[in-house]
Write a protein that binds this ligand. Sequence first.
Ligand code: MV4
Length: 472
Amino acid sequence: MPIAPRKFRKILIANRGEIACRIIWACKEMGIRTVTVHSEADRDSLHVRFADESICIGPAPSPQSYLNIPAVISAAEIANVDAIHPGYGFLAESAQFAEICEACNIKFIGPRSSVIKLMGDKVEARRAMSAAGVPILPGSKEPLESEIEALQLAREIGFPVIIKAAAGGGGRGMRIVRSEAELGPALETASNEALKAFKNGDIYIERYLERPRHIEIQVMADEFGHCVHLGERDCSIQRRHQKLLEEAPSPVMTPELRASMGEVAVAACKRVGYSNAGTVEFLLDEDGRFYFMEMNTRIQVEHPVTEMITLADIARNQIRVAEGEELAYEQQDVIFAGHAIECRINAEDPETFAPSPGLITAANIPGGIGVRVDTAIYPGYFVPPYYDSLIAKLIVHARTRELAIARMRRALEAMVIEGIKTTVPLHLKIMDDPEFQAGTYTTKFMERFLARANGGAQGRKVAAEQQAVAAR
Ligand code: MV4
């Protein structure tokens, strides 16, 4: 049978590290040529080595290279690519970058720039989601205008409340407010922080949930209005709003709750004209009620756990729908099989979380049944100090959660990275943690876990405080 020619002959990958490699592998499997861009610090990186072409776009600091829009667009023009895959981070959620790609007739592999812009404004996103029938927490309908208004809203909502940055996301510039007296100063600092971090001081307020789980729905949409969900990921295990470990399915999920969260996420995506891969983040409370938090308009770090349990190839799907193909499957075709866990391996001290860049003198990458490693490291690779500390993702898949935990433990033991410190030992401890094993954890897990692990007077003090809070 003749194979229909691909619409994309050549794609530029505007990223580095493991995700750039993940996208290269997808392109190779599709017969698409790859162009990568790299900084001066990344000449010896695998995303350079495995691409068909690579173009140096600037010095090591990312504002001058991976975030430098004119440099990336120039590389795309010189290499004459059909499309740009932004990966995650860097320019992935820059509506401006997507808009420039659109203007230059280079396909941006993601949703339309107007949709990126909508979801980038968390107040607008809340309004759009609510209008589409997605439950949201009680709170602002507009950015806050005054302290009086904030106080009025907080009284209606009831304390505790949380102040968030409209341009924020990922937890930056948030303030929890537990009483009227704290409100004024919190508004001030939150707005100043937001202005500094995002050049936009707009803030909003919503009811604060004390012990939610972070559950996100993976969606995939084509440019013909078809949209399916690929189930959830539980990302409650975070430290300072950085995810450490993700799993699918969530240990607390039921088929009914999955269907209802999935249906709501899909309806919302259809309503806003969403296309390509996306993630709708929810907070799930103790009573099983869920509320929209934000939408990520990119492929995510943790996409492999979804790929493992559904057999979907999210990177490939992204490229297909960006080519203007229809989604190759419907909701009823999506399968869920077994359990997957991902541990993020960071070049960090496992106790202090201080970055640990440097030369990898030796490495053993685990393998065997049910084990996947997404990484761009190799023995002799120098981990540069300029970028995110994620150096590998260790993903396991097994029939049950219990078997997946056992598989993760044995794979972690085989993951040997010498010369730098990594979070491998931390993950081994998490695998042995009774609260993790029970699957009953919330977004407060890491605080409690670190307090238990630290032991000693400080650890007992924190643990006792947590117990007191939990008992309320
Ligand atoms: C919340 C919340 C409780 N209530 N919003 C943190 C990341 C950012 N996307 C929003 N975050 C939260 N928003 C309300 N109304 C609790 C968090 C939160 C959190 C969420 C997910 C995973 C870990 C977390 C750790 C602390 C706080």
